[in-house]
Design a protein around this ligand. Structure first.
Ligand SMILES: CC(=O)N[C@H]1[C@@H](OP(=O)(O)OP(=O)(O)OC[C@H]2O[C@@H](n3ccc(=O)[nH]c3=O)[C@H](O)[C@@H]2O)O[C@H](CO)[C@@H](O)[C@@H]1O
Ligand SMILES: C=C(OP(=O)(O)O)C(=O)O
Length: 436
C-alpha cells in the first residue's frame, strides 16, 4: 500500500495537459473484442483501471502491441473462451468496474459471456439491471451459477428490437450497443446515455463497419451487420481530470493553463465551476484559470441558495461533485451539493470537517457547504482515500491546507489519474509517494 505526503500551501502555476479519458478508454478497448482485425487506439491513459483491463484482455488471448506511450494495437483473433469460465477470470473482474464492458462484445460476437460481480468504486449500489434487461430484450438467457456466483449469458442469435431503458446507464448503454451491432434487424434504444464517451464508442464502431445512428441523442438506432473490421481511434481528453484541475487551480492556483481540453466535449462542467464564482477563460482549446483571492458563489435568479446536483449527460457528471464540494469550502457563500445518483460518495466530508471545513452532511445524498472565503485555511490531516474522486478531492484539500497531510490508499487515486504527483509537482506542488 502507498500513501501521499503533501506539504500544503504551495501555489500551483504553469501548464498541464489532461490524460486520455479513463471511462472512454474502458469502452473502446472492449470494443476491440468485436473483430478479428487489429484496432489501434491512441491516447490511452496509463492508469491502474485501464492497465488492469488490458491485462485481462491479454489473459483472454487478445494480442496487444504497445506502439508508443498511450498507443496500443489490439487484435482479438484467437481468444481463449474457456478462460471466461475460470475462477481467476471471476476474481480479476471483481476488482475492476470496466470488466463489465466486455459482456456486450462477447455476447454479440460469440453468443456467450460470463458476468462476475464487477468491482470499481464503493460509492453505493452499482446495479446492472439496465445491462441485463437490455441483453434480455435482444433475446439472451441468463443462468445463475451458484457455485461460482456468476451469471452465464447465452444467445443463439440476438434479434434487434425496441427497448426503453429503465435508466440512462452509461456502461449499460455501451454494453447494449456493442451486443446489438451483430443482432439481426434493427435495435432502437430509447433513454440511452449519450455522453461524449458513448458518442466516441459509436463513432469507432461505425468506423469499423457498424451502422449506428442517433449518436449524441438518447434515441440510438443500430442496424445489425454481419461483421466488423479493424480501425483506428483517438481517446478524448479526460473531462473529469479537466474538472479536477479546474478545481485545483481555483483553490491553490497562481495561474494555471489546462491545455487541449476538447472544450466542446466538456458540456456544462466549466459552468458548474463558474457557479461557485471560479473564473475560467477559454483560449482556443485551452482553459486558463487565474489566481483567485476570492470566488463568490452565485445564487439562483430567484435568490435561493445555489445547488449543484448530478444528472445524466448533458447534466453534470456525478464524478465531479466531490471536487466541486472541496472548492466550495473556500468560496464566499453557501452551496448545497446534491449527489443524486450514488449514496455513499459524500461520506468523505468527515475528513474535510476534521480539516476545519464548514459542512453539514444532511443525509447520504446532500451536503451544505458554508464557504470560508479564505478567512480560515484548512488544517492538514491524516486521511484515507475512500474512492477515486473523493481521493482527488482530498488531495486538493491537502494542497491548500496549512501543514503536512497524509493520504493513504492512494491506489484509489491511481485508478484514474496518471502520474498525478509528478504532474502536480511540476506545477509547484510538494507531494511525495511513500510505502506504508
Ligand atoms: C466506467 C464508467 O464509465 N463509470 C462511470 C459510469 O458508471 P456506470 O455506467 O456504472 O453508472 P450508471 O450510469 O449505470 O449509473 C450510475 C448510478 O446512477 C444511478 N442513475 C443512473 C442514471 C439515471 O438516470 N439515474 C440514476 O439514478 C444508477 O442507478 C447508478 O447507481 O457512469 C457513472 C455515471 O455517470 C459514472 O459515475 C462512472 O464514472
Ligand atoms: C465511479 C468511477 O469509476 P468506476 O465506474 O470505474 O467505479 C469514476 O470514475 O468516478
Amino acid at each position: 500500500m502507498e500513501s501521499f505526503i503533501i506539504e500544503g500551501g504551495h501555489p500551483l502555476s504553469g501548464d498541464i495537459t489532461p490524460q486520455g479519458a479513463k471511462n472512454e478508454a474502458l469502452q473502446v478497448i472492449c470494443a476491440t473484442l468485436l473483430t478479428v482485425d487489429p484496432v489501434r487506439i491512441k491516447n490511452i491513459p496509463d492508469i491502474l483501471d485501464v492497465n488492469n483491463l488490458i491485462k485481462l484482455l491479454m489473459d483472454m488471448g487478445v494480442k496487444v502491441t504497445h506502439n508508443a506511450p498511450g498507443d496500443y494495437t489490439f487484435q482479438a483473433d484467437e481468444l481463449n473462451l474457456d478462460y471466461l469460465d475460470s475462477l481467476e477470470f471471476v476474481r480479476k473482474c471483481s476488482s475492476l468496474r470496466g470488466s463489465v464492458l466486455m459482456i456486450g462484445p462477447l455476447l454479440g460476437r460469440f453468443g456467450k459471456a460470463t458476468v462476475a460481480k464487477p468491482g470499481g468504486d464503493k460509492i453505493g449500489r452499482r446495479r446492472l439491471d439496465t445491462h441485463f434487461l437490455g441483453f434480455k430484450s435482444l433475446g439472451a438467457d441468463f443462468v445463475h451459477d451458484e457455485e461460482r456466483d456468476v451469471y452465464q449469458i447465452r444467445a443463439k442469435q440476438l434479434k434487434g428490437t425496441y427497448m426503453l431503458l429503465d435508466e440512462a446507464s452509461v456502461t449499460g448503454t455501451a454494453n447494449i450497443i456493442m451486443a446489438a451491432v451483430f443482432a439481426k434487424g434493427t435495435t432502437t434504444i430509447y433513454n440511452a446515455a449519450c455522453e461524449p464517451y458513448l458518442q466516441q464508442l459509436c463513432h469507432l464502431l461505425n468506423h469499423m463497419g457498424a451502422n449506428i445512428s442517433g449518436i449524441a441523442s438518447n434515441l440510438i438506432t443500430i442496424v445489425g451487420v454481419e461483421q466488423l473490421h479493424g480501425g483506428e481511434h483517438r481517446v478524448l481528453p479526460d473531462m473529469i481530470e479537466v474538472g479536477s484541475f479546474i478545481g485545483m487551480a481555483a483553490m491553490v492556483g497562481d495561474g494555471v493553463r489546462i491545455k487541449n481540453v476538447s472544450l466542446k466535449n466538456l458540456g456544462i462542467i466549466p459552468d458548474a465551476f463558474r457557479r461557485l464564482g471560479v473564473r475560467i477563460k477559454a483560449e482556443g482549446d485551452d482553459l486558463v484559470i487565474p489566481h483567485h483571492s476570492h470566488y463568490q458563489v452565485q445564487s439562483f435568479i430567484d435568490g435561493t441558495i445555489m445547488t449543484l446536483s448530478d444528472a445524466p449527460w448533458p447534466g453534470l457528471t456525478p464524478d465531479l461533485l466531490s471536487v466541486l464540494l472541496v472548492v466550495a469550502t473556500q468560496a464566499r457563500g453557501t452551496v448545497l451539493i446534491h449527489q443524486k445518483m450514488f449514496e455513499s460518495r459524500l461520506f468523505f466530508v468527515d475528513k474535510l470537517i476534521d480539516m476545519g471545513a464548514q459542512i453539514i452532511l444532511c443525509d447520504p445524498h446532500r451536503a451544505v457547504v458554508v464557504g470560508q472565503d479564505h478567512r480560515i485555511q484548512l488544517r492538514a490531516g491524516n486521511m484515507t482515500s475512500p474512492d477515486i474522486r473523493a481521493g482527488i478531492a482530498l488531495l486538493i484539500a491537502a494542497l491548500s491546507a496549512r501543514g503536512t497531510s497524509r493520504i493513504a490508499n492512494i491506489a484509489q487515486i491511481d485508478r484514474g489519474y496518471q502520474d498525478i504527483e509528478q504532474r502536480l509537482n511540476k506545477l509547484g506542488a510538494k507531494i511525495q509517494r511513500v510505502n506504508d
